[in-house]
Design a binder for this molecule. Structure first.
Ligand code: SF4
Ligand code: SF4
Length: 304
């Protein structure tokens, strides 16, 4: 089973719009919505829930005030400053490392399970989807992303579907690493802005580090031609193919308001502008599909 991850280095660059469009073009895919802090895919795909499970993140420490003698040893040892002057644990700062539980001479500290979110499986008009929702203020989203991907792979196996298309989280941290690790191809969506170029370089470093083939799509390419050329130059130097450019357009917003992908929107709208936009995405998907299914296994780790 092949896996394609779509990431962007930052939110709002059109990553989910593209992933949803690919879902409507792929004939046999499973979707993994790994943007667990703000899953947008359900807004477009209106999934029908099949089942869900609770996700438990890092545990947190809890002090029993009846046993605590306020000796201060736990607070001195906590590297995360999670224990207050009054020996109350700040559960948002606690990393569940358990050092305090071992150090407490009164056995007054225990680790509690932390409910941190949910993973749900659903059915969409384009196939099965696994998605995660991190609880408000919760951390450890990398672990949740890994669980969403595992469920998506199970859905793919159970339904004989291929590939898994992953809508990755923004940024370049642990959740993104969890979203791209072990994938066959990563599409980097970027905007031609100074911060967009900066973010692109960070995610290119990530894919290079993990030796995952990567390709780039420049979104809103007409907002700054000079920066587009800089991106293309940088990608050429890094051996990363730029497989598409998309213009700035409000089609994505209009389509989302109608709970449609841009492909569906273009078919129903019959405007030439929308059709051209959709055709550009079709070409990008064609490139991705051929790279996903035609790259020999021996070439894994090289940029196609
Ligand atoms: S180490 Fe144990 S007894 Fe000492 S302050 Fe912490 S909880 Fe209380
Ligand atoms: S479990 Fe670790 S992080 Fe949490 S309060 Fe104890 S020492 Fe601090």
């Amino acid at each position: 089973m092949k896996q394609l991850a779509v990431i962007s280095g930052k939110g709002g660059s059109g990553k989910t719009t593209l992933t949803a469009a690919f879902a409507s073009l792929a004939k046999n895919a499973v979707l993994a919505d790994c943007d667990v802090d703000a899953a947008d895919m359900p807004l477009i795909l209106k999934p029908e829930l099949l089942g869900g499970e609770d996700y438990f993140g890092l545990p947190f420490a809890s002090i029993n005030p009846e046993l605590c003698t306020k000796c201060g040893r736990c607070r001195d040892l906590c590297r995360y400053g999670a224990i207050s002057e009054n020996f109350v644990i700040n559960t948002y700062s606690c990393e569940g490392c358990a050092v305090c539980t071992v150090a407490c001479p009164e056995n007054a500290i225990s680790l509690e399970t932390r409910f941190s979110g949910q993973v749900v499986s659903s059915k969409t008009r384009f196939g099965p989807m696994a998605a995660g929702a991190l609880g408000i203020g919760e951390d450890a989203s990398g672990k949740l992303v890994a669980l969403v991907r595992k469920r998506a792979q199970e859905l793919a196996e159970a339904n004989s579907r291929d590939p898994v298309i992953i809508d990755g989280p923004p940024g370049a941290g642990c959740p993104v690493i969890a979203a791209i690790a072990g994938t066959d191809l990563v599409l980097l969506v970027c905007e031609p802005t100074v911060s967009g170029i900066h973010d692109l370089k960070r995610v290119i470093e990530l894919t290079a580090h993990f030796r995952i083939p990567a390709v780039v799509c420049i979104n809103k390419c007409d907002i700054n031609e000079e920066n587009c050329l800089k991106i293309e130059e940088f990608c050429t130097e890094s051996g990363i193919p730029v497989i598409g450019r998309l213009p700035y357009d409000d089609i994505a917003t209009k389509a989302m308001l109608r709970e449609e992908t841009v492909i569906e929107y273009a078919v129903r709208e019959e405007s030439s502008k929308a059709r051209e936009f959709a055709d550009s995405i079709r070409k990008i998907w064609g490139q991705l599909e051929s790279r996903l299914f035609e790259v020999p296994v021996k070439d894994r780790g090289k940029n196609p």
